[in-house]
Design a protein around this ligand. Structure first.
Ligand SMILES: Nc1ncnc2c1ncn2[C@@H]1O[C@H](COP(=O)(O)OP(=O)(O)OP(=O)(O)O)[C@@H](O)[C@H]1O
Ligand SMILES: [Zn+2]
Length: 522
């Protein structure tokens, strides 16, 4: 309203100024009505009004109408997804392994010409998967920031929920725009919203959107530097077509941070905050086991808010304690003492797996961790091995013993059983079943057995499987008893650091001798 009144006034004064000058320029009738002073005054008012009007026009409050039309135009040509982020890898704390993998992609975007000359194809699709709030979005924008690329960010749910019927069209526009602005990074968060498994009988909006996405992924040429990054918390839901080579074929797991990474994340988020000397970031990192980067950034922010509310100009350790309590309450996490006890059990369980692996010298342990991942409370990652087509009976037994190492360690240390070995036991049972029924490696002889067709023998099969598993378990327990000190060492290190890589594990074990080494020594 105000803007309109000023506009009318402005027009009026411009008209008056023109009329007053008319006589001056053309010697007209009006000469007698306007003195030189009047003309000067009129011109002054007009100029002031003009300046005021321009100022109003720039004020967002009054520029609303213009913004709305601009927004509509942007939606039509895909600009609504577009930004040029300033974030770099420095703003992303931890996640070192993922960053290392991404360096290659960054190099490609920066020096795409060099790669193209060699006939190398651009790594097109990258899939970030892992729990929420772990920095997937942050990392994707950092890739754009590091390479000074255009960043197009959209969420899968936007394509199906808000714009029913136009999802496919919007995907097309998004890719067209990104190609035009290349080098560019397209980020599609919550890809599962459009990329979930398709059903044969349906041809709904979602399937059309997904089909369009597949077409676009297949469609771009090698001379266009466009990298597409998608993110999901539910990789298991995705349609296999999306994960095929040439589409999202590079999968990177973005997990919750370990204690060291949590410390770094807290440092990033407290960088510009006034901290009291009693705030010890390493201690805060220890207290926030199992939390994501988003939780930690939330804690830093909450602590600052609490300090302001208490009229203090510096954030103290007490403020952080309160903030952590609030976030924990929000998460409805079990109380910290139970949490600590469970963490210990998980530490011994995972240490058991890793140690049996080392004793038997089976697959090389790449990483041991007590940070929850999916349904598992901890995990041991083995070095990817060459494809094996044949395994000996001994190797199969070793495999089962590594799987049983978790449960055996729990029994040895706590002498009671927990539910934590469910998955291990399932896998062990499968191996034992194959040994008895398919590989002829039991007292039942060489016959291929199918318990579904031969009910009468299923009792004997179960007995054999039990015998094999029991023997493996007893040996595993004996090994752990003999190597008790090493088990303690690994568990303690895990409780302290939460993850151990191959070198760190070897360091913890010191001059460790595997069974093979021992035998050789004899
Ligand atoms: N590694 C990290 N370093 C610094 N800050 C982090 C990190 N991880 C998460 N954060 C903080 O948490 C916020 C949320 O992270 P982000 O949106 O990237 O998570 P996400 O994995 O994409 O989550 P979602 O799966 O819910 O989309 C970030 O804005 C940042 O403040
Ligand atoms: Zn286990």
């Amino acid at each position: 309203m105000k803007k309109r009144i000023i506009f009318i006034l402005l027009c009026f004064f411009i008209a008056l100024t023109v009329i007053s000058s008319y006589s001056l320029w053309f010697g007209g009738q009006a000469e007698g009505h306007f003195s030189s002073f009047d003309r000067l005054l009129l011109a002054g008012v007009t100029v002031s009004l003009l300046v005021y009007y321009i100022k109003l026009d720039k004020n967002p409050q009054y520029a609303h109408a213009t913004i709305n039309t601009e927004k509509k135009e942007k939606e039509q040509n895909g600009d609504e997804f577009f930004t040029k982020p300033k974030i770099t890898f420095e703003d992303v704390a931890g996640l070192e392994e993922v960053k290392e993998e991404l360096v290659e992609v960054i190099d490609f975007i920066k020096k795409s010409e060099k790669y193209r000359k060699m006939g190398a194809k651009i790594p097109k699709g990258i899939l970030f998967h892992g729990p929420p709030g772990t920095g997937k979005t942050l990392l994707a924008s950092a890739v754009a920031g590091e390479t000074k690329s255009a960043f197009f960010s959209a969420s899968g749910s936007e394509f199906v929920e808000k714009y029913v019927g136009v999802g496919a069209k919007r995907i097309r526009t998004l890719f067209e725009k990104a190609k035009k602005e290349a080098p560019s990074v397209i980020f599609i968060d919550e890809i599962d919203a459009i990329g979930a498994k398709r059903h044969l009988d349906s041809n709904n909006e979602k399937d059309q959107t997904l089909n369009q996405l597949l077409v676009e992924l297949d469609g771009f040429n090698t001379d266009q530097t466009v990298v597409v990054i998608a993110a999901t918390n539910r990789m298991d839901l995705l349609d296999e077509a999306l994960l095929r080579p040439g589409r999202f074929d590079r999968h990177m797991f973005i997990g919750n941070p370990n204690v060291k990474a949590r410390e770094e994340i807290l440092r990033v988020h407290t960088k510009n905050k006034p901290l009291s000397p009693d705030v010890r970031i390493p201690d805060l990192a220890k207290k926030t086991h199992g939390m994501s980067g988003a939780h930690l950034s939330n804690i830093a922010n909450e602590a600052a808010i609490i300090a302001v509310r208490q009229n203090e100009n510096i954030i103290t350790n007490n403020h952080f304690e309160q903030a952590i309590e609030r976030v924990i309450a929000g998460l409805q996490v079990k109380n910290p003492t139970i949490l600590q006890k469970e963490k210990e059990i998980v530490a011994y369980h995972e240490a058991g797996h890793a140690l049996i692996g080392k004793i038997l010298n089976t697959d090389m342990v790449q990483k041991v961790s007590i940070i929850p991942r999916g349904q598992a409370l901890g995990y041991v990652l083995h070095m990817p091995q060459d494809d094996r087509y044949i395994m000996t009976k001994e190797e199969l037994c070793y495999k089962m013993m590594v799987m049983l190492g978790g449960r055996a360690a729990e029994e040895l240390i706590y002498s009671h059983l927990s539910t934590g070995a469910k998955d291990d036991l399932k896998k062990v049972t499968e191996v034992a079943m194959q040994m008895v029924c398919e590989y002829g490696m039991s007292n039942l002889g060489f016959l291929y057995q199918d318990p579904r067709f031969n009910q009468s023998i299923s009792h004997q099969i179960n007995k054999e499987m039990n015998r094999i598993i029991d023997e493996c378990y007893t040996t595993t327990l004996d090994y752990l008893k003999n190597y008790h000190k090493s088990l303690e060492k690994i568990a303690k290190a895990l409780l302290e650091k939460e993850t151990l890589n191959c070198d760190e594990l070897n360091e913890v074990l010191g001059d460790f001798k595997s069974l093979e080494d021992e035998l050789e020594a004899v």
